[in-house]
Design a protein around this ligand. Sequence first.
Ligand code: BV8
Ligand code: ZN
Length: 266
Amino acid sequence: MSDPGGAAGTVSAEAIAAARAALARALRVVVFTGAGVSAESGVPTFRGAGGLWKTFKPEDLASPVAFGRDPRLVWEWYGWRREMVGRCRPNAAHLALARWMLGRAGVTLVSQNVDDLHERAAREAAGGVEAARRAEPVRLHGSLFHDRCTRCACRSEARGALDTTGIATLPHCPECGGLLRPDVVWFGEMLPARSVEAAFAAAGEAEACLVIGTTGAVYPAAGVVHTAKSAGAQVVIVDPGRTEYEDLADVRLVGPAGEIVPRIVG
Ligand code: BV8
Ligand code: ZN
């Protein structure tokens, strides 16, 4: 593993050059992101400061059991996150990745994030919805800004203000009247099969794997990096903290994504 460099912001020129070389020579790259890529946009991470909401751990709210027990409380939490994330903007890391993907072939972006900031960066960089498709992520855990019906499973864009004062005031399905839920993957739930297939297919044929802002603790998503490594990919990690992937890293860049990513893909 080439020299990781010091504290945030002092990543060595050698490490930057090694990361650029690994990514440039790879015909196929898989990029795997977590909450850390959105930290500089103001989105709290799960395990970092601000990850705890009131006294609940995300696992205690992001689960079908919690929703069954108290859908108003779970909706209040997602309402709070939608408003907070709605005020955030893609940062330099999101935008650099989007421009990079629009400028070359062979890059698959796989994200655990539900904040739609990669999608917004793609639209901003491409200047339009259609052209943005090439830079949009494979979403493993759904989207904060979409709803799904608990009865007929129809999906829809989230609409209107949220009123959590009563079960009857919560969002209900325009098709069948069933209670709606956020269209995200909760703990104990299966991931969308098509996204899992696309993510692990890209990992299985990657020559380089760029990991940005994830502890790599949530499965099966975290397996993407292990799959890429076993397929022979060079693993490049960008994270100011320790992750579960330290022993997989070929190039380790210790620092914030907003500062480092534009220097390795720009
Ligand atoms: C399932 C959507 C099975 C909802 C999310 C194997 C082993 C152990 C456990 C399991 C296992 N297999 C399954 C499990 C159980 C569980 C799991 O993994 N539990 C963990 C906690 C141990 N997995 C599941 O339940 C999955 N489903 O297994 O179903 C099944 C089988 C049969 C039948 C039915 C079902 C579903 C998991 C998905 C849960 N949903 N999100 C919502 O958002 O509300 S997970 C959610 O948490 C995120 O999507 C993400 O995946 C995870 C958070 O992790 P990170 O993104 O990594 O964030 P974190 O805060 O941890 O780290 C941030 C990082 O950024 C840090 O490293 C930090 O240093 C860094 N950072 C900070 N600032 C910056 C930065 N980096 C760069 N720049 C900066 N500026
Ligand atoms: Zn319905």
